[in-house]
Design a protein around this ligand. Structure first.
Ligand SMILES: Cc1cc2nc3c(=O)[nH]c(=O)nc-3n(C[C@H](O)[C@H](O)[C@H](O)COP(=O)(O)OP(=O)(O)OC[C@H]3O[C@@H](n4cnc5c(N)ncnc54)[C@H](O)[C@@H]3O)c2cc1C
Length: 464
């Protein structure tokens, strides 16, 4: 640390902290900023794995290119030429239904058109138009069953298994899809809200938009935090674990294992639970309504196959809980992005565990590889794997369950009371990389452009 006093300190050099620092420098090149990071590398939950010609991910495998802030970040990182894409229009996703893989259209309305559910269930979807909004903080499963009927639950389950590794009976619809819930409240029905939006947007604009692409980078997802961190050389203190933040009349004191520093403005770019620990001690007069939120852990079983294995063309598949399978789903990684397997080979990354099956995380590597291979070979024509490995990421995935919306209101009151403090990061308003980058951008704008209004939640599109 060059100085002990900064304009802005950012705690955490995951994608949230690195995005915030990059946007802050773009907005105010003279800003004195410093990032404190407890690990010895940037990226947090984003890290790539490379072994014997296979390239896999410990955490995120990619994100959609439909977020302006993320596109801006890639440009600022100088990574535009390293982007690799898998267009949703070309790469289908499969759902495991009744023990077999069914190709799923990328739009919920197209699901209704396919012969995947009965005619009675299709008509029930339209009943959304007459259903009153559910009061309180309903779970995703209660809300989907109420609005569209129970036949759509396996599809909803797959969507939230794929994103949160979560349990739709515990995830709250207001937390995971605030924009859709707002549409429901405003128009009295999701379908009516969507029709109104389509009328306003106009046909031409819709036609242009099309389906987004999943993106990653040559060399894997770790390229993004690595390039961002290289552009911030000298501004990141690694192996610096923040233990306490203390309110001062003119800013904040930040205590770490490397000493203490003062900053005028503070950004905690950390997973929700880590921020809560620091804030609980720093703001004794405004304790958070809950001290922690649940996290779900998953592990990846990597299986490499030679070209004889018949892995369907597409992104991969997801298995709803009703199918009672060992594997939550799998990514057909070498189909999605080039260079993920040696020549003549294919890579599948299978996900195990999640909110419903934490006990499976304790199994040994051999047992996991056998169980996943057995599971997958019932769904596709496989030959014995030529490569296998088990990755056990340390990051948990925050679960936006009961009490989460109260926590968000509390964060809002903290931001209002302390204009020189912002919290963003894993689990605050979403869990995806685009959510992180968007919130980092907004947090920096609020800190640099004091008091800038928070934006209302967007209506996120559902892609399988
Ligand atoms: C297994 C898994 C799969 C995922 N897959 C996808 C996907 O396919 N697509 C997608 O969009 N998203 C995915 N995500 C989510 C995505 O990875 C996260 O949204 C994102 O990485 C969170 O970034 P962050 O910077 O907010 O938090 P983190 O990545 O957790 O970074 C926080 C940083 O803060 C540091 N830190 C913590 N405590 C302290 C302290 N006291 N002092 C100093 N530093 C500290 C940590 O070391 C870390 O570097 C996945 C996540 C996981 C775990």
């Amino acid at each position: 640390m060059k100085s002990t006093s900064y304009d802005l300190c950012i705690v955490g050099a995951g994608i949230s902290g690195l995005s915030a620092a990059t946007f802050a420098r773009a907005l105010c090149p003279d800003l004195e900023l410093f990032i404190l990071e407890q690990a010895d590398r940037p990226g947090g939950a984003i890290a790539s794995y490379s072994d014997g010609g296979y390239l896999a991910e410990w955490g995120a495998h990619g994100f959609l290119d439909n977020c302006a802030e993320s596109r801006e970040l890639i440009r600022l990182a100088g990574l535009e030429k390293e982007v690799v894409t898998a267009p949703l229009a070309e790469f289908v996703r499969y759902l495991c239904l009744n023990g077999r893989l069914e190709c799923i259209p990328q739009k919920p309305l197209a699901v209704v058109r396919r012969p995947l559910i009965s005619w009675g269930a299709k008509l029930r979807v339209l009943a959304d138009v007459w259903k009153r909004p559910l009061k309180g903080e309903p779970s995703v499963s209660d809300w989907v069953a109420h609005r569209f009927g129970a036949a759509l639950l396996p599809f909803a389950d797959a969507v939230f298994t794929g994103t949160y590794a979560g349990d739709i009976e515990r995830l709250r619809i207001d937390a995971v899809m605030p924009g859709v819930r707002e549409t429901e409240r405003r128009h009295g029905s999701v379908i009516r809200g969507m029709l109104a939006k389509m009328r306003t947007a106009g046909r031409e604009k819709r036609a242009k938009r099309g389906l987004p692409s999943m993106i990653s980078f040559n060399g894997g997802m770790a390229a993004l935090p690595r390039c961002l961190a290289e552009n911030l050389t000298g501004m990141i203190g690694y192996r610096t674990s923040v233990q306490e933040v203390i309110r001062q009349p003119d800013g904040w004191l930040v205590h770490s294992n490397r000493g203490r520093l003062h900053c005028r403005k503070l950004l905690l770019a950390l997973p929700v639970n880590t921020s809560l620990q620091l804030l609980d001690a720093a703001l004794p007069v405004m304790p958070p309504p809950i001290s922690a939120i649940p996290e779900a852990r998953i592990l990846s079983v990597l299986l490499g196959f030679d070209s004889r294995a018949e892995i369907p063309h597409g992104f991969g598949y997801l298995a709803p809980e009703t199918e009672q399978r060992f594997t939550l789903g799998a990514l057909f990684s070498s189909h999605m992005f080039p260079g993920r397997a040696p020549a003549g080979c294919q890579l599948v990354e299978a996900l195990v565990g999640g909110r419903r099956h934490p006990e499976r995380l304790h199994l040994g590597d051999d047992e996991l590889i056998d169980a996943v291979y057995h599971d997958l070979s019932q769904l596709m024509e496989l030959t014995p794997p030529v490569y296998s490995a088990v990755l056990r990421p340390s990051s948990g995935i925050p679960q936006l369950e009961h009490g989460y919306t109260g926590l968000l209101r509390w964060r809002q009151s903290v931001h209002t009371t302390h204009a020189d403090l912002r919290c963003c990061g894993f689990g605050w308003r979403g869990i995806g990389i685009n959510d992180m980058i968007r919130e980092a951008r907004q947090s920096v704008a609020a800190l640099v452009d004091e008091g800038r209004a928070e934006q209302s939640p967007e209506v996120k599109k559902i892609y399988f």
